[in-house]
Design a protein. Structure first.
Length: 256
């Protein structure tokens, strides 16, 4: 049930450019031991994810961290590369104590993500919801203290935008905008469920730029005209257990 191609496609999509440019390590986090492996290449990150995935939940850091970091998951000041922005939308399941303030269906989650004004690049179906990624065309390298401060403020404004969007539906969304956050990896399993649920990937739209996202950082309820970023249509590609082949991997990684 573990899908190596899907794991590789996702890590390559999110962090391939950054690690190939030498701008940091991929963080692979395993739940059972609460330890991270810091990987200099996509191949090493895939190997680390595969080693953990059969027995425990495995996550990937949203951002790259500096070479030499080897404790915890890295700190905010260790972040060297921001590949995009992200959101973690939960569904009302038996594992959530507060169900009334969460969407009931995946379609409702997608509707909320789309209301932001720019469609995600990919959806990750986590078993208990959807993690959405808005991938930047070029990684945002944090090469100075000013860049670090700007990125932290950017992520906080993004988190507030998400909060307002979900609030307009009467829902909440977890504050997962911080730069050291880790997320589930497509091709692995969500072990909260019995039997474990597969996690799979769906391409949605093109990549974007930080400026495209930043101009949506306004109060959703007072945005009179509903500013949106026009993106070309892209046919969805589902990638997961029994849903992936080499041509789909190539299309997702090379053409998005």
């Amino acid at each position: 049930m573990i899908n190596e191609q899907s794991i590789r496609a996702f890590i390559q999509l999110i962090h391939g450019d950054g690690v190939e440019a030498g701008h940091g390590n991929v963080v692979i986090w395993r739940v059972d031991t609460k330890t991270a492996t810091f990987c200099e290449t996509v191949d090493a990150a895939v190997e680390a994810a595969l080693a953990a995935a059969t027995t425990t939940a495995v996550y990937m850091g949203a951002c790259l961290v500096a070479h030499g970091v080897n404790k915890g998951r890295g700190k905010v000041e260790d972040v060297t590369c921001v590949p995009g922005v992200w959101a973690d939308g939960d569904l009302a399941t038996e594992y959530r104590k507060k169900k009334g303030d969460l969407p009931e269906t995946e379609e409702q989650l997608k509707e909320a993500f789309n209301k932001i004004g720019i469609r995600p690049t990919v959806h990750v179906y986590s078993g208990g919801g959807i993690q959405a990624w808005w991938k930047f065309v070029e990684p945002w390298y944090l090469d100075s203290e000013l860049e670090h401060e700007t990125a932290v403020k950017f992520s906080r404004r993004w988190g507030e935008t998400l909060r307002q969007v979900f609030q307009s539906f009467g829902w909440t969304i977890d504050a997962t905008f911080d730069l050291t956050r880790v997320f589930r990896i497509p091709g692995t399993l969500n072990h909260k469920f019995k039997p474990p649920k597969p996690i799979y990937l769906e391409s949605v739209s093109r990549q974007c730029n930080p400026d495209d996202v930043e101009r949506l950082f306004v109060d959703i309820d007072t945005r009179a005209s509903g500013v949106t970023y026009e993106q070309p249509e892209v046919a969805p590609i589902h990638m997961g257990v029994d849903r992936i082949d080499e041509e789909r991997v190539k299309l997702l990684v090379e053409n998005l």
